[in-house]
Design a protein around this ligand. Structure first.
Ligand SMILES: [Zn+2]
Length: 292
């Protein structure tokens, strides 16, 4: 059976593992902190690849940053990783075929192939973590846009320049609906700049009135975004993944979304492909692309 060496590159950690064509991880998952320095990132890649390249048919990267439509390079800014990282020549890293795709797109693909949106040809995935990632699948294909950068969850939730987003614009979905967004909403509503997301989640468990109000505001911001996305894409399902997704009430969201949309009924569900869905999705996309 064909195998891919999958490498997941994030701002803080680099994971790697071998994945088969069924989307199963068949090796230990290796984990290393993402080096701050660009040269060290490249040497980390080289050492992972040289260790495993003879055991696999393809190298599949799931990476932060938008990836071009040829799946060969990163298009632009990637946030919290070394500034030169987008210049990486991935194809030169191995004598085997090298593939790369944006991490949220990879995760959305893993959900479509083996997870919560399996067999659903129209789906949207939102990764609710420190930021918000997005992957959109239309008629069984990843929506990539003209250059490959589509699916970024930076659309406005309000227009009064209330909160600056990490992308530099004002009031994006991301800056309200990420973990960072929950913290900012909590700080505003509690007048306590030091409040954390843990305080809110812990308070909700204890049925603290203010913490529940803060949490519900955050969840209703997520709801607002999902309603817009559902009206635009008419998805079978909206999948929520990432560290913050576990706290969300998907039954509530499903009910409220379906009360407001003008398109056909949809579902909001939690991701099922696991913590390594980025690596699994990258591997499955790479097998498709290279026909291996
Ligand atoms: Zn933004």
């Amino acid at each position: 059976m064909k195998r891919a060496l999958a490498i997941d590159v994030g701002g803080t950690k680099i994971y790697s593992a071998i994945v088969n064509v069924n989307g199963e991880i068949i090796s230990d998952v290796e984990k290393t902190p993402t080096p701050k320095n660009y040269e060290d990132i490249i040497s980390t890649f080289k050492s992972i690849i040289s260790k495993h390249e003879n055991e696999v048919d393809v190298i599949a990267f799931s990476t932060c940053g938008a990836v071009n439509n040829e799946n060969t390079r990163i298009l632009g800014s990637t946030g919290n990783i070394a500034g030169q990282y987008p210049a990486t020549n991935f194809l030169e890293l191995s004598k085997k075929p090298v593939f790369l795709e944006n991490d949220a797109n990879c995760a959305a693909w893993a959900e479509y192939k083996i997870g919560a949106s399996k067999d659903c040809r129209h789906s949207i995935m939102l990764t609710l973590g420190t930021g918000v990632g997005g992957g959109i699948i239309v008629d069984g294909k990843l929506l990539k846009g003209k250059n490959g950068a589509a699916g970024e969850m930076h659309f406005k939730l309000r227009t009064d320049k209330h909160r600056k987003c990490t992308c530099g614009a004002w009031d994006c979905f991301e800056i309200y609906c990420s973990g960072t967004g929950l913290k900012l909403t909590a700080a505003e509503m509690s007048q306590n700049p030091k409040i954390t997301t843990y305080d809110v989640i812990g308070g909700v468990e204890l049925k603290d009135e203010l913490m529940m109000k803060i949490f519900n505001r955050w969840q209703d911001d997520i709801l607002a975004g999902i309603i817009g996305l559902a009206n635009i894409f008419d998805p079978d399902v909206v999948v929520l993944s990432g560290s913050m997704a576990q706290f969300v009430d998907t039954h509530y969201l499903t009910k409220m979304v379906n009360e407001e949309i003008v398109t056909t009924p949809t579902r909001v569900v939690k991701a099922e492909a696991g913590n390594y869905s980025g690596m699994i999705g990258a591997a499955l996309l790479a097998f498709d692309k290279y026909g291996v």
